[in-house]
Design a protein around this ligand. Structure first.
Ligand code: PMP
Length: 426
């Protein structure tokens, strides 16, 4: 729909001051002035149901985080070169949410930095360079990490040491998906070895978010990790999106796959809006790196982000948000599955907890329909519901609300989605 004049004015000003590469959501971008719980508000006072923002997983402006950050800012903010008991308290609690083998944590400010560091550690440990990722993966912005983030597209080429495998896609691959991926990873491992790179790491987002949200099959990651380990590499679970309870099955997305990674990276929801991220690892994996490298990250592990992260951990536990993600996620999946059954151009709803994907396709087919998916996203935005689309063909509606989403919020989302689908075609 047409952009109102004040929105056009903001877009013009933005183009005059912001650097290159920025993007906006929606053909009619949303100007937000305030957030609270599961809602965003524009300057005209309109209320939007936020079914997309996973950073504020406790809800926008959760008072526990606001208070913890304000308190900490007024007491102390310094870095890891001092002995800080708050950092140790938090680290002990964070590591207690992981399998016992994952027993060390290093703090960064962003998921990209966490992946960058994890890769340096993996390279030092394995002595190899080769990296394996899925075909439309995203892992971050640094030059190192962009080199293994194929979703950035052909203008951001992959490194010569990077190979891709398919993401699982049971809708199109059927039951043979695990066998197919085992064959693919064997062949890229062989190729990396033949080119002298060897195998350093398999890096996988545990829910395959930018690959189109693929929660199944759950026997897959253990099998891929075993292949990589046999070849001398390690398995890095990128939990930047899947982590902190989002999948409703424990704290970490890899847990659904019944495999313990060698390294895990965390970010986005970790501070509910405060930049805080981390690399968690098995102690022995970090030894070689630690012998040779000094790692100091000015803000990583500093008091204020740790106070935010600590409040997030407390709140997830106190408000039972992992259980909520499972229950409300189940309600949404049942509802979306019903809506999908009523439209020939919706092929599938899938999800784990509060991370769901809905396939928009040509009628009675699995052929992606990007334009239709985009028009659905824009239509929902005009009706004050915020979602987005993902996947290699941009045709998978991605639903990823704050973990505090209630049964009533879920019912409203389903009602608006059904109406938007009816407005498109039967
Ligand atoms: N990994 C995944 C799976 C992500 O989704 C993102 C961010 N979209 C990153 C890493 C990078 O995190 P950040 O933007 O905090 O650097």
């Amino acid at each position: 729909s047409a952009q109102p004049p004040h929105i056009r004015g903001l877009i013009d000003r933005r183009a005059k001051v912001l650097g290159p590469g920025y993007q906006l959501f929606y053909s009619n971008p949303v100007e937000v002035s305030r957030g609270s719980g599961v809602h965003l508000y524009d300057s005209g006072g309109n209320e939007y149901l936020d079914a997309y923002n996973n950073v504020v997983s406790l809800g926008h402006c959760h008072p526990a985080v606001v208070e913890a950050v304000a308190r900490q800012l007024s007491v102390l903010t310094t870095n890891t070169r001092y002995l800080q008991e708050d950092l140790l308290d938090f680290s002990e609690r964070l590591l207690a949410t992981f399998p016992a083998e994952l027993d060390r944590v290093t703090y960064t400010c962003t998921g990209s930095e966490a992946n960058d560091l994890a890769l340096r550690i993996a390279r030092a440990h394995t002595g190899n360079a080769g990296i394996i990722v899925t075909r439309n993966a995203y892992h971050g912005v640094t030059a190192e990490v962009a080199a293994f983030s194929p979703s950035l597209g052909p203008t951001s080429p992959l490194g010569p040491h990077v190979r891709t495998i398919s993401a699982p896609d049971p809708l199109r691959h059927g039951d043979s998906v695990t066998d197919m991926l085992r064959d693919e990873i064997r062949s890229v491992i062989e190729d990396l070895q033949r080119h002298g790179f060897g195998v350093c790491a398999l890096v996988v987002d545990s829910i395959f978010s930018s690959d189109g949200v693929q929660p199944f099959p759950t026997d897959l990651l253990g099998i891929l990790a075993a292949e990589v380990r046999t070849a001398g590499g390690v398995y890095l679970a990128d939990e930047v999106q899947a982590g902190f309870g989002r999948t409703g099955a424990g704290w970490w997305g890899f847990g659904r796959h019944d495999v313990v990674p060698d390294l895990v990276t965390l970010g986005k929801p970790m501070g509910n809006g405060i930049p805080v991220a981390a690399t968690v690892l098995r102690n022995e994996i970090g030894r070689e790196f630690g012998r040779n490298v000094r790692y100091f990250n000015t803000f990583g592990g500093s008091n204020v982000p740790i106070a935010a992260a600590s409040a997030v951990l407390d709140t997830i536990e106190r408000e039972g948000l992992i259980d909520n993600a499972r229950e409300i996620g189940g309600q949404l999946l049942r509802g979306f599955t019903e809506i999908v059954a009523g439209h020939s151009w919706l092929a599938e709803a899938r999800g784990a907890g509060l991370f769901l994907g809905i396939e928009v396709t040509e009628p009675d087919s699995t052929e992606p329909d990007r334009a239709l998916a985009q028009s659905l996203v824009d239509d929902l935005r005009e009706h004050f519901v915020l979602v987005s689309a993902s996947g290699p063909q941009g045709n998978v509606i991605k639903i990823r609300p704050p973990l505090v989403f209630s049964a009533a919020d879920a019912a409203l989302l389903l009602e608006r989605f059904a109406a938007a689908a009816d407005r498109r075609r039967a």
